[in-house]
Design a protein around this ligand. Structure first.
Ligand code: GLC
Length: 439
């Protein structure tokens, strides 16, 4: 348990981290670096988690953060996973590697800002809805102005996902690269990656394993494949139609798809506020509701990603098996079964401890991540007694109070690893300490 004094100290520390990681662009825009150490730009889904924190104490920053993110949007609606607002040399793959401005003119990549050429889970309708509600409590006019400014861009992004990343019209989203999932080095991607045969890999120099102890970072065999997949996407000039035909990595990601569904629900709420039509959004929602169990749920009750090249489910037990709970579509019993199996000491590690793929210290292969547990906590509240969300909340707060604001944590020892003073850990702790609402 946490005393009110400890709570104040933790809140202060979290706010200081966000302040230190903040970069101004101009008076209307700015962004929060995920960490000063290894992530010096603006990252797409990090913005979603980080703005959940800002809504509790600095709405101006939440608005500025979103303006900055959407300034990197391509005209076809695509929202890149990194926006390179300012140069920073010590990063790979940096802006010049992606070549968004040279290769993506057709898709309308902005001419004044360099971006990456892959995306990340579409969490933004969830967090923008949260920002909107907070603005509305302060000033109705400002809230509506914000929504009117952002909604068309957000809608375009959802259209991009639903048209280009789900040509099969299942309601579920296909990713082209493990990094698009946000679970970058997860064993969820081992089977599809193992199939890829590398031909003529370009020369490259990674930086992550110079900044962080290499024993916590992905192995070279994986990194080569990550780079090779980007090389392939570049060869197709990032054109979705071409990529769909012969790209060697095409996976329906169960987490991205669940986030998409929940974001579509929030988009519908926004449409209602603005008096916009919801016909298309209703159709997207129904597609997912009709298909998600067939696509993702196995006989064992767990949810797995679907490899679109082989048509096989990728049966590795990870935190992803539980994350469809955020849709609100599971029943309490099935949820409890999965949660009981993969929870360890009250927290959910990124990979199930009983899986042969479990590694307590390797990036996404075992460590505890706060964003994953936060999603389970927020989404779990809907299910009442079937999931002890109060305990999950207290465990997360205790973990950070004792170990610090790390990127990830070893399950048995709770030692913090990866980047320190990590922005989404700070922002989500603020959210955890500030209220107990669902998304
Ligand atoms: C790591 C994570 C990814 C995150 C990025 C920036 O690459 O795997 O999910 O967006 O760091 O924090």
């Amino acid at each position: 348990m946490i005393t009110s004094e400890e709570k104040e100290i933790l809140l202060q520390r979290a706010k200081e981290i966000l302040k230190k990681n903040w970069e101004d662009i101009d008076e209307n825009k700015g962004y929060t670096k995920p960490s000063n150490e290894i992530y010096p730009f603006q990252w797409n889904w990090d913005v979603g988690f980080i703005t959940y924190g800002y809504t509790h104490f600095d709405l101006d920053k939440a608005v500025k953060e979103y303006r900055a993110l959407f300034s990197g949007q391509w005209k076809n609606g695509f929202l890149p996973h990194i926006i390179f607002h300012k140069p920073a040399p010590s990063y790979f793959p940096n802006a010049d590697f992606w070549q968004s401005q040279e290769l993506c003119k057709k898709q309308g990549s902005p001419l004044n800002i360099k971006t990456s050429g892959i995306t990340q889970p579409p969490i933004h309708a969830m967090s923008i809805w949260h920002v909107y509600k907070a603005l509305k409590r302060q000033n109705l006019e400002r809230a509506i102005n914000f929504l009117q400014e952002i909604y068309p861009k957000l809608y375009l992004n959802h259209e991009y996902f639903m048209n280009e990343r789900d040509p099969e019209k299942t309601g579920a989203i296909t990713i082209y690269h493990p990094w698009e999932s946000g679970f970058d080095n997860s064993p969820r991607w081992d089977v599809p990656l193992a199939r890829i045969v590398i031909e003529n890999l370009i020369e490259y120099k990674r930086v992550d394993n110079k900044l962080i102890d290499p024993k916590f970072r992905p192995k070279l065999e994986y990194y080569d494949k990550y780079v090779y997949l980007v090389q392939k996407l570049k060869e197709e000039k990032y054109r979705d139609k071409k990529i769909r035909k012969k790209h060697p990595f095409l996976v329906k990601d169960v987490v991205t798809s669940s986030i998409m569904y929940l974001s579509n629900l929030r988009l519908k709420k926004m449409a209602n506020e603005l008096g916009e039509k919801t016909f298309e959004i209703d159709m997207w929602l129904k597609r997912f509701e009709d298909n998600f169990r067939d696509l993702f749920q196995d006989k064992d009750g767990f949810f797995y990603d679907l490899d679109m090249i082989t048509g096989e489910k990728i049966k590795v037990r990870t935190a992803a098996a539980l994350l469809p709970l955020i849709t609100g579509l599971l029943n309490g019993k099935e949820l409890k079964k999965i949660a009981d199996e993969i929870t360890q000491d009250g927290l959910v590690p990124s990979t199930d401890e009983k899986s042969p793929k479990f590694n307590p210290q390797l990036y996404w292969r075992g460590p505890i991540w706060i964003n994953v547990n936060w999603l389970i906590w927020k989404g779990g509240m809907k299910y009442g007694v079937d999931l002890d969300t109060d305990s999950l909340r207290n465990k997360m707060i205790d973990l950070v109070k004792t170990s610090g604001f790390w990127e990830y944590f070893k399950p048995e020892t709770h030692e913090g690893i990866g980047a320190n003073n990590f922005s989404w850990t700070a922002a989500l702790i603020i959210d955890l300490l500030s209220h107990r609402d669902g998304f």
